[in-house]
Design a binder for this molecule. Structure first.
Ligand code: DX5
Ligand code: ZN
Length: 220
């Protein structure tokens, strides 16, 4: 069985102690850094942008998984690649020419993925799946950390897993929002490969141990 990847969301880190938190993730069993970029238009919140990502990149020893919650992400793909993104995901709902945007991401050397909002059905991806290294299914309405996981996610993951298998692809499925030890196993059983966890990891008394426990839970 393939190992499940864990991507702690830096949005929940302590920005005044960012280097400390990055080094915690470096030393932990986590696989990627999940980087949330919000523009105050596509989502009702503003997070951080290029200078912060560049600063994270200086210390991070694991890939940066950059989740763009911005309108018309095609305007900034090259810049995000330059500041250190390894994977760039764009929302299906944010870009008119998705195919072109995915090709643009790949041209920078980054891996390309598509994100679906909670109410966007997985069926819209049928023809574009071969272009996707990964599909990120939101399990909350994007914009804020610390929200409650929505159960509708399980059926979406199952449907998407079926589509990916039917097309003979190895596209990864990532889940983002409200992930905890309570839903992680069920998500992996439904077909998820990558779990983002923000408040669950950084809100824990011992984040390193919490990541290790999550990994262990998903091994069985
Ligand atoms: C929300 C972001 C998430 C967020 C997850 O729009 O995309 O990555 O940081 O945080 P938790 O795990 O706390 O729901
Ligand atoms: Zn995210």
């Amino acid at each position: 069985m393939k190992k499940t990847l864990i991507a702690p969301s830096v949005l929940a880190a302590d920005f005044a102690n960012l280097q400390r938190d990055i080094e915690m993730i470096n030393a932990s069993e986590a696989d990627w850094f999940h980087i949330d970029v919000m523009d105050g238009h596509f989502v009702p919140n503003i997070s951080y942008g290029m200078p912060v990502i560049q600063a994270i990149k200086k210390h991070a020893t694991k890939p940066l998984d950059v989740h763009l919650m911005i309108e018309k992400p095609e305007r900034y793909i090259e810049t995000f690649a330059e500041v250190g993104a390894d994977i760039i995901t764009v929302h299906y709902e944010s870009t008119v020419h998705l195919h072109r945007t995915l090709r643009q991401i790949k041209a920078t050397g980054c891996k390309a993925g598509v994100v679906l909002n909670l109410t966007t059905p997985v069926s819209v991806l049928e023809d574009i799946l071969p272009e996707c290294y990964m599909v990120l299914i939101m399990s909350i309405n994007p914009g804020f950390g610390g929200q409650k996981f929505e159960d509708i996610t399980y059926q979406k993951v199952k449907k998407l897993r079926k589509m990916i298998d039917e097309q003979g692809l190895d596209t990864l499925i990532e889940i983002d929002g409200g992930v905890t030890s309570k839903n992680a196993k069920q998500l992996v059983d439904a077909g998820a490969n990558v779990l983002v966890a923000g408040s669950y990891v950084f809100g824990a008394e011992n984040p390193t141990q919490t990541i290790a426990d999550l990994k262990k839970l998903l091994e069985n």
